[in-house]
Design a protein around this ligand. Structure first.
Ligand code: FES
Length: 103
Protein backbone atom coordinates (compact mmCIF):
# COMPACT_ATOMS: atom_id res chain seq x y z
CA UNK A 1 0.00 0.00 0.00
CA UNK A 2 1.06 3.57 -0.63
CA UNK A 3 0.57 5.95 2.29
CA UNK A 4 -0.77 9.34 1.18
CA UNK A 5 -1.31 11.23 4.44
CA UNK A 6 -2.68 11.02 7.95
CA UNK A 7 -6.47 11.01 8.21
CA UNK A 8 -6.22 14.02 10.54
CA UNK A 9 -4.61 16.02 7.71
CA UNK A 10 -7.93 16.06 5.77
CA UNK A 11 -10.86 17.96 7.26
CA UNK A 12 -14.42 17.15 6.28
CA UNK A 13 -15.24 19.30 3.25
CA UNK A 14 -11.69 20.52 2.62
CA UNK A 15 -9.74 18.35 0.16
CA UNK A 16 -5.95 18.31 0.05
CA UNK A 17 -3.53 17.46 -2.75
CA UNK A 18 -0.65 15.01 -2.75
CA UNK A 19 1.70 13.83 -5.48
CA UNK A 20 3.14 10.41 -4.64
CA UNK A 21 5.77 8.89 -6.91
CA UNK A 22 4.27 6.87 -9.75
CA UNK A 23 0.90 8.63 -9.66
CA UNK A 24 -0.55 11.78 -11.16
CA UNK A 25 -1.39 14.50 -8.62
CA UNK A 26 -4.16 13.21 -6.35
CA UNK A 27 -6.90 14.84 -4.29
CA UNK A 28 -7.92 13.39 -0.91
CA UNK A 29 -11.36 14.10 0.52
CA UNK A 30 -13.07 13.57 3.85
CA UNK A 31 -16.85 13.13 3.60
CA UNK A 32 -18.22 12.90 7.13
CA UNK A 33 -15.30 10.74 8.28
CA UNK A 34 -15.01 8.61 5.14
CA UNK A 35 -11.98 9.14 2.93
CA UNK A 36 -11.81 9.16 -0.86
CA UNK A 37 -9.05 9.72 -3.42
CA UNK A 38 -9.35 10.92 -7.03
CA UNK A 39 -7.06 12.38 -9.64
CA UNK A 40 -6.62 16.06 -8.79
CA UNK A 41 -6.63 17.38 -12.36
CA UNK A 42 -10.01 18.31 -13.82
CA UNK A 43 -10.77 16.45 -17.06
CA UNK A 44 -11.86 19.71 -18.68
CA UNK A 45 -8.75 21.83 -18.13
CA UNK A 46 -5.72 22.55 -15.99
CA UNK A 47 -7.53 23.07 -12.70
CA UNK A 48 -6.78 21.37 -9.40
CA UNK A 49 -9.96 19.96 -7.93
CA UNK A 50 -8.44 20.23 -4.44
CA UNK A 51 -8.79 24.00 -4.91
CA UNK A 52 -12.47 23.67 -5.80
CA UNK A 53 -15.58 23.56 -3.66
CA UNK A 54 -16.60 20.33 -1.95
CA UNK A 55 -20.33 19.88 -1.30
CA UNK A 56 -20.65 16.58 0.57
CA UNK A 57 -19.86 13.95 -2.12
CA UNK A 58 -19.47 16.40 -5.01
CA UNK A 59 -16.41 18.43 -5.98
CA UNK A 60 -16.92 21.53 -8.09
CA UNK A 61 -14.02 22.61 -10.26
CA UNK A 62 -12.67 26.08 -9.41
CA UNK A 63 -12.44 27.10 -13.08
CA UNK A 64 -15.69 26.62 -14.99
CA UNK A 65 -18.12 25.16 -12.49
CA UNK A 66 -18.04 21.58 -13.71
CA UNK A 67 -18.53 18.97 -11.00
CA UNK A 68 -17.71 15.35 -10.27
CA UNK A 69 -18.86 12.67 -7.87
CA UNK A 70 -16.05 12.17 -5.36
CA UNK A 71 -17.18 8.59 -4.74
CA UNK A 72 -17.53 7.39 -8.35
CA UNK A 73 -15.64 9.99 -10.41
CA UNK A 74 -18.71 10.53 -12.59
CA UNK A 75 -18.92 13.92 -14.33
CA UNK A 76 -22.06 15.54 -12.91
CA UNK A 77 -22.29 18.89 -14.66
CA UNK A 78 -20.98 20.55 -17.81
CA UNK A 79 -18.56 21.46 -19.15
CA UNK A 80 -17.15 18.23 -17.65
CA UNK A 81 -18.09 15.03 -19.47
CA UNK A 82 -15.11 12.73 -18.88
CA UNK A 83 -15.05 11.11 -15.44
CA UNK A 84 -12.10 11.51 -13.08
CA UNK A 85 -10.23 8.42 -11.91
CA UNK A 86 -10.97 7.21 -8.40
CA UNK A 87 -8.79 5.00 -6.19
CA UNK A 88 -9.51 2.26 -3.64
CA UNK A 89 -8.82 3.71 -0.21
CA UNK A 90 -7.81 1.81 2.90
CA UNK A 91 -7.27 3.38 6.30
CA UNK A 92 -4.26 1.75 7.98
CA UNK A 93 -3.18 2.93 11.44
CA UNK A 94 -4.83 6.31 10.90
CA UNK A 95 -3.28 6.81 7.48
CA UNK A 96 -4.99 7.15 4.09
CA UNK A 97 -3.56 4.47 1.77
CA UNK A 98 -4.13 3.30 -1.82
CA UNK A 99 -2.78 0.31 -3.74
CA UNK A 100 0.59 0.70 -5.52
CA UNK A 101 0.50 2.00 -9.10
CA UNK A 102 -0.38 -0.72 -11.60
CA UNK A 103 2.50 -1.47 -13.94
S1 FES B 1 -11.14 23.18 -15.96
FE1 FES B 1 -12.56 22.19 -14.65
S2 FES B 1 -14.51 22.76 -15.45
FE2 FES B 1 -13.07 23.67 -16.80
Amino acid sequence: MITLCETRDVEDGTPISVHPEGFPPLAIYNIKGEYFVTDNLCTHGMANLSEGYQDEDEIECPFHGGAFSIKTGEALSPPCHTPIKTYDVSIVDGKVCIPPPSS
